[in-house]
Design a protein around this ligand. Sequence first.
Ligand code: AMP
Length: 419
Amino acid sequence: MPFTALGLLPPLAHAAGAQGYAEPTPVQAEAIPAVLAGRDLRASAQTGSGKTAAYALPLLQKLLAGHNASARDLPALVLVPTRELAAQVGDTLREFARALPRPLRIAVAFGGVSINPQLMALRGGADVMVATPGRLLDLIDHNALRLGALSTLVLDEADRLLDLGFADELQRILGLLPARRQTLLFSATFPSAIEALAATVLRDPLRIDVPSEPATAPDIAQRAIEVDTPRRTQLLARLVRDEGWARVLVFVATKHAAEIVADKLRKAGLEAEPFHGVLSQGKRSQVLADFKASRVQVVVATDLAARGIDVVQLPAVVNYDLPRSSVDHVHRIGRTGRAGERGVAVSFITENDEAHFRLIEKRQGAQVPREQVAGFEPAPRQALNPQAEAGTGGIKGKRPSKKDKLRAAAAAAAAKTGD
Ligand code: AMP
């Protein structure tokens, strides 16, 4: 089905083609006509489903038809949880907007950098702003913009907005919006807090549930490799070489571990960089640009920072440390195999991880065969307790708490510093 069949103007349909999109993804096929028709959306869509274009394309088309009452009144707002996602959504909007017959002003704002250039950029007003909640409120407090005449609100990765503690900011922002507006809510998961949010912000929404399994799902092969904790870095270096991965995103539990592992990989002769929240925005942008341009082969990242990294043709993701939750696991492995490309997600299973990994497998309804790599076979492991061995029920209470895992990861990283 061509993009024009969804009601998109030819220049926008053409712009999608120019991005290499041969045809709409399922979420795009459902969302685009509904957004053009003015409906609210409640879309459960994973990262990699093409959700950004699903709202970006019809949003731009609608903005083209509208006009601002005053320069300070913002017509459309996309709220996102992280700076990286803000930058990425801004890039997508700008790319598509270049195809339009009249220029639209697209503003991007996030914290961690000076507010002044963002204030300057808003001087002539904006047609659409992509922002993280805290910085948006700062801009409003500076009288740089108003939300009272907003016609479209997009909440992108709404579950992460709440996970990252933006509930209060979100409530304040919602309080500034007019009651009559279009709201599009995208979330990978719908825990009760998101259901409650959806119930208050959406009006008769179209429900879109893009199944995570079927033919349209990213083509991701999962592997689970048993290895002893202190040998993970060597194994990683070996895999990067032997598997011929042009780029690999490695997830670790802490900023400290990101630094240490990247450093060791560099010493092993690989182009590796850490990526975490303590790095300056400039450094983070540089690492991403280098990664995209293949100047860096391995990025070692924490979950928070890695959110929103979108590198086309990312062949591999490695869970050096397991994610804390199965939701994080979905986000992590969704970084590879995007939009129809093949990808592999490798999880290192240390002596402490088996029960936790089983829980992740259970939640995603998948079983990943355990492997060992020659030369990296783990030392014989103690038998797990019988209930955990049975793989049902008994894991609860035996599984380390988040704090336990963080402590263990920090201890492991500290131990590795010394080796
Ligand atoms: P998203 O789910 O928005 O993060 O998109 C994931 C990736 O899919 C991005 O790299 C997009 O450029 C790409 N993409 C989006 N829509 C399509 C499409 N219709 N065909 C092929 N790739 C797409």
